[in-house]
Design a binder for this molecule. Structure first.
Ligand code: E4P
Length: 218
């Protein structure tokens, strides 16, 4: 399973990229708005940091296929690594069909059922993004969604990749890996949580203490 960073914050993207743990980035309209920066400017900067798929979403206010196709073509022109993120609606599927036929990779987002994932794959999506955390938030096990999509894609020989999204904690990440997600897109906070373990910190302190006791602080 690959890791993408789920953010539009370029400092966090640089940090995770320097750690060597990410192979792509996903953004969404809320994440872009959080940075308060121009979409094209921030996306270009992200493509200069990470050499892998970068998802940029069509405007949240664009709901018709024609508009999404127009914007999708512009997003694709920013960099060869760009992936156009499109919401899972009837209009979004129409846009996915057209953009995919032009060789533009699409990531169909806001997937909350296996049936939606099947439709997105049939429309030509390169990626589907099932949202675990938001299902967990309403007391519905999000991991089951990823498991079922992975099973269906395997049985049917569907090549669309699964990006497990809306990740809230390290357990989500490990469960997604076990469930067969191709990619997990995670916030920087979860990368930090995955990095640290109290026993690692205690172990480092103890090694330092023992070493200094004999050799001093050299
Ligand atoms: C993924 O593509 C989405 O941008 C993201 O994972 C949504 O996560 P959230 O539910 O924490 O907003």
């Amino acid at each position: 399973m690959k890791f993408f960073l789920d953010t539009a914050n370029v400092d966090d993207i640089r940090r995770a990229n320097d750690m060597g743990v990410i192979q792509g980035v996903t953004t969404n309209p809320s994440l872009i708005a959080k940075e308060g920066r121009d979409f094209n400017e921030v996306i270009k900067e992200i493509t200069s940091i990470v050499d892998g798929p970068i998802s940029g979403e069509v405007k949240a206010t664009t709901t018709d296929a024609e508009g999404m196709i127009k914007e999708g073509r512009e997003i694709a022109k920013i960099h060869p690594n760009m992936v156009v993120k499109i919401p899972m609606t009837e209009e979004g599927l129409k846009a996915t069909k057209v953009l995919s036929s032009e060789g533009i990779k699409c990531n169909v987002t806001l997937i909350f059922s296996p049936a939606q994932a099947i439709l997105a794959a049939l429309a030509g999506a390169a990626y589907v993004s099932p949202f675990l955390g938001r299902l967990d938030d309403i007391a519905t096990p999000g991991i089951e969604l990823v498991q079922t999509i992975a099973e269906v894609f395997e049985v049917q020989g569907i090549e669309t990749e699964i990006i497990a999204a809306s990740i809230r904690n390290p357990i989500h990440v490990v469960d997604c890996a076990a469930a067969g997600a191709d990619i997990c897109t995670i916030p920087m906070k979860v990368v930090e949580q995955m990095t640290h373990h109290p026993l690692t910190d205690i172990g480092i302190k103890n090694f330092q203490r023992d070493y200094i006791a004999v050799f001093g602080d050299k």
